[in-house]
Design a protein around this ligand. Structure first.
Ligand code: ADP
Ligand code: MG
Length: 232
């Protein structure tokens, strides 16, 4: 199962501690996980076990104290800061528990935001616009493209956040409790959407979830326990 592919994700013996005053909280202790290209896994574990910390490290938003993270054959954390930001923007999509949409922008503008960082030529902008249209169709919100987030339901906002995360065609989609703020039916719709989009694009995907129902839909699961990832 641990086969290496150049398009995979490899987290090896990653440790991370936080200092809180005079005490040190050891959150990750030599955590490792592997994800082959095109694969999706769920990560489960109790609150406070370090799931978000691990996703932040994989998403290159924070640095481990030790260990390595390889994405698509590269070690992004060894890149200079500006290149790291570009790598993150192109390679990684994020969906958080809360949608983090910008209230002053329309649905379409929110989806396009990650693509703006490229400041590409007219052709690239047109391609991004088309991709955003396709994604809004896929999340069944094309008819809401001009609406503001405040005019949408919680589930609809999270579907916009999913579309936004995918607009740059990332090779890795990281979802941190994506259904954690949603009620049963709405959570099911967002779960269905993530599973369907993964089936369509085969983007590598990690979904942290408390929902045993959602976790059960993945071929492979990890449990974060005592600072390590174990197959669940
Ligand atoms: P989970 O997502 O599994 O609920 P987290 O990764 O958010 O867990 O947190 C794991 C532990 O690390 C918790 O005890 C939390 O308080 C601590 N922690 C997380 N981030 C920080 C931080 N920036 N500073 C100090 N402690 C932190
Ligand atoms: Mg968390």
């Amino acid at each position: 199962m641990n086969q290496q592919t150049s398009g995979g994700l490899s987290v090896r013996r990653v440790s991370k501690s936080f200092r809180l005053g005079s005490t040190t909280v050891e959150v990750l202790k030599s955590a490792s996980l592997e994800l082959a290209d095109g694969e999706a896994v769920a990560i489960v574990g109790p609150s406070g076990s370090g799931k978000s910390t691990l996703l932040h490290l994989i998403g290159t938003l924070d640095r481990p104290d030790s260990g390595t993270i390889e994405i698509d054959g590269r070690q992004p954390l060894s890149l200079p800061e500006a290149e790291l930001a570009r790598f993150r923007n192109r390679t990684i999509g994020f969906v958080f528990q809360d949608h983090h949409l910008l209230p002053q922008y329309s649905v379409m503008e929110n989806v396009l935001l990650p693509a703006l960082a490229f400041r590409g030529d007219r052709r690239q902008r047109a391609a991004a616009g088309q991709r955003a249209e396709e994604l809004l169709e896929a999340v069944m919100l094309a008819h809401r493209r001009q609406h503001r987030p405040a005019e949408l339901s919680g589930g609809e906002r999270q579907r916009v956040a999913v579309a936004r995360a995918l607009v740059n065609r990332p090779s890795l989609l990281l979802c941190d409790e994506p259904t954690g703020s949603l009620d049963g039916d709405t959570a099911k719709a967002v779960s269905d959407l993530l599973i369907e989009l993964h089936g369509r694009d085969r983007t590598k995907m990690i979904v942290v979830t408390h929902s045993t129902e959602l976790a059960a839909r993945f071929a492979r699961r990890y449990r974060l326990t005592d600072g390590r990832c174990v197959a669940a």
